[in-house]
Design a protein around this ligand. Structure first.
Ligand code: COA
Length: 413
């Protein structure tokens, strides 16, 4: 039987969902409520399946996304999600065919990049994706952290108030946009994400209401919020042993960030704070008198980026220094290859195809991992992943592409 690659129809969508749940090792059942909820939100024109004799044997979906870049700008991305191939049909090239089709459509639409979150590291490099941001999670032992237990509230005239989901839905989108202006790699959150994240709409897991707290500056402006849950554990000797787990912490000023961390580290009965996923340069550990009390419990790649349009991507960011570089970009996928001259400065940049000789030769996947500022060009050169056609070019690229704050991609999609 031949396998046909195509978009799926509404009537095939339950079968597509069943294939998706099977691929992700979830229970292969699709309640009507789940079908109705998903149908209301997916774009069937961008919902691909591999179909064999009426059975869906691979799933692949994409949607329009905005991803923040260095300096507060943003790029339109082809966000790829829900990629699965049935265990009966793996390693026959189905993912490669679906990816080729989707990236070609994205380039045709004019999307500057494609994005995804990789279930396993080795899957997507071959398609020109590079890991462009990372996440770190800490576990803080508050008994060792050295914080003064009598303190907790802000001492800068600001205040922290407990809040509810409705208030977060009201003030959260502006704060999230503020975060995107501060850090590259932030993917946009739509109304549905705000609803689901605060307990509205169809939930896959039973919902347990979290706590919310908002930081307001002395002038009353909301500058950040935190959402967290706590467990309820006590020792046999009646000592509290509770863990507070942060679900989401967004702060758009240093004062808000310090105050929110100080707040979650001061809740009575809590002895451990799990930070949830944070950027690797999160200030929290250094906020503690003893930073060793913050132990890294998870650290891994997060957002994978695939440049489709080199000129747009390199022009749509600022650079910490002024310099010019000629990049020879190799792209086996055929979308972004060529030689480009980048003239960059803290105010912005211009980039154009050139015939000048190259300073650096690199695959599009390596450029994709450099462009949000997370990776070191010198390190990639040491690994032989990028080639210096002119000695010292990697160090110059490092100074150009690196950013004071690392990219941060808090949202899973
Ligand atoms: C990952 C997955 C979609 C791959 O689909 P597939 O149709 O088997 O992939 P392809 O046959 O097109 O593979 C293309 C190449 O990638 C390699 N590859 C695919 N999946 C890989 C993996 N998980 N690890 C390492 N290499 C992988 C293949 O070996 C092949 O390499 P080759 O060209 O050198 O032979 C499939 O294994 C799957 O559904 N896994 C479980 C769900 C999952 O992880 N989805 C991804 C969510 S982000």
């Amino acid at each position: 039987m031949s396998v046909e690659l195509r978009t799926v129809s509404e009537s095939e969508f339950p079968e597509w969902l069943r294939a998706l749940r099977t691929g992700f090792l979830n229970e292969p059942v699709v309640p009507d409520a789940l079908v109705a909820d998903r149908l209301a939100h997916v774009d069937l024109d961008r919902t691909l399946g591999a179909v064999e004799g009426g059975r869906v044997v691979a799933t692949f979906r994409s949607f329009r996304q905005r991803v923040s870049t260095v300096g507060g700008g943003g790029l339109t991305a082809d966000a790829i999600t829900q990629v699965t191939v049935a265990p009966t049909h793996r390693r026959r090239g189905l993912l490669s065919r679906l990816m080729e089709r989707d990236l070609a459509a994205a380039r045709e639409r004019g999307d500057a990049v494609a994005t995804l979150i990789a279930a396993e590291y080795p899957i997507y490099g071959r398609y020109g994706f590079g890991p462009a941001s990372r996440l770190t999670e800490w576990s803080v032992d508050l008994r060792r952290a050295g914080l003064d237990p009598r303190r907790g509230g802000p001492e800068d005239g600001g205040r922290i108030d407990l809040a509810d989901g409705a208030e977060i839905r009201r003030i959260g989108p502006d704060l999230h946009r503020g975060l995107a202006a501060l850090r590259a790699g932030v993917t946009d959150r739509g109304r549905r994400e705000w609803d689901i994240g605060t307990g509205l709409g169809h939930q896959l897991e039973p919902w347990k209401e979290p706590y919310y707290a908002v930081y307001r500056s002395a002038s009353g402006e909301p500058e950040g919020y935190v959402s967290y849950r706590c467990d309820d554990r006590w020792s046999d000797a009646k000592q509290p042993e509770n863990t507070l787990t942060v679900r989401d912490l967004i702060a758009v000023t240093p004062a808000a960030e310090r105050a929110l961390w100080r707040f979650v580290c001061s809740v009575d009965w809590v002895v451990t704070v799990r930070t949830g996923h944070r950027p690797p340069d999160d200030p929290l550990p250094l906020l503690l008198p003893d930073p060793r009390a913050a132990r890294i419990v998870s650290h891994a790649d997060m957002l994978w980026l695939r440049i489709l349009d080199v000129v747009r991507v390199l022009e749509e960011r600022t650079y910490p220094v002024a310099d010019g570089l000629v990049l020879d970009v190799r792209d086996a996928g055929g979308f972004a290859g060529g030689r480009y001259r980048l003239d960059a400065s803290p105010k912005g940049a211009s980039c154009a195809p050139t015939t000048a000789s190259a300073d650096l030769v690199l695959d599009v996947a390596e450029l994709s991992r450099l462009v949000l500022g997370d990776e070191s060009a010198v390190r990639l050169a040491l690994l032989g992943r990028i080639e210096e056609a002119v000695p010292g070019a990697a160090a110059r690229a490092e100074l150009l592409f690196r950013t004071p704050l690392l990219p941060f991609s808090p949202d899973i999609f």
